[in-house]
Design a protein around this ligand. Structure first.
Ligand code: ZN
Length: 224
């Protein structure tokens, strides 16, 4: 079986996505790239009932290489993302708060600094019918310089160096969207300025150094 480890990971993260409520039923799809091959979740199978053998393998041009089931209908979007960057995994869901923001906004306003972990304010790709080249092109553009994008009236997509990274980005995207939606229920949220975001980015690259107290015995090392 080609990409056996990657197919097992698709099942593991597919199950986690279903268990954590990020996907409902057969909505959502995941993929992992290895060289010129991509393991992707199949069309029409709930993500919590996936088996590794059921996950098809396609090449980066979209030809079916192995697998009895049809690849997810969003496979063209996954392939477009791989073609335009160095992502090694893609996660797409119709998560609740992501879809709420994607149905009302053109960008997720940056009200929390952890949006920088996704590369900056998350763009909403223009609406296009699912599975079409138009949607794939819109998502590709919205992901420029980002690891997450929202799809108008549809859901969200994240990328990563591996499935764990892409999955964490999906969880963070959903959390940020939930915080925004809940904040809007209380009032008009304060949006961070580009200067405030730049200061956070600067601090991340220049973390504070805590001075060592020399009047105390040295902390034990792991070997002690
Ligand atoms: Zn979708």
């Amino acid at each position: 079986m080609l990409l056996a480890d990657q197919r097992r990971l698709l099942c593991e993260y597919g199950r986690r996505a279903a268990e954590t409520g990020l996907v409902v039923g057969t909505a959502g799809n995941l993929s992992v790239r290895e060289g010129d091959l991509v393991a992707v979740t199949p069309s029409g199978v709930p993500l919590d009932r996936l088996e590794p053998e059921a996950c098809p393998i396609v090449d980066v041009a979209g030809h079916l290489v192995e697998g009895g089931l049809q690849p997810s209908s969003e496979t063209p979007m996954h392939l477009a993302v791989y073609a335009s960057g160095d992502a090694r995994a893609v996660v797409h869901t119709h998560s609740t708060f992501g879809t709420v923001v994607a149905s009302t906004m053109t960008e997720l306003p940056p009200i929390h600094y952890t949006v920088l972990l996704l590369g900056g304010p998350v763009r909403v790709a223009e609406y296009a019918t699912y599975g079409t080249p138009e949607l794939a092109a819109g998502v590709r553009a919205a992901l420029e310089g980002r690891t997450a994008a929202l799809l108008a009236n549809h859901g969200g997509v994240t990328v990563g160096a591996d499935l764990a990274g892409a999955f964490e980005a999906t969880r963070l995207l959903e959390w940020l969207c939930e915080v925004y939606v809940r904040a809007r229920a209380l009032g008009e949220p304060r949006v961070l300025t580009s200067e405030q975001l730049a200061a956070v980015a600067h601090r991340a690259f220049h973390p504070p150094v805590f001075p060592v107290r020399e009047d105390l015995p040295a902390a034990p090392t792991r070997e002690d």
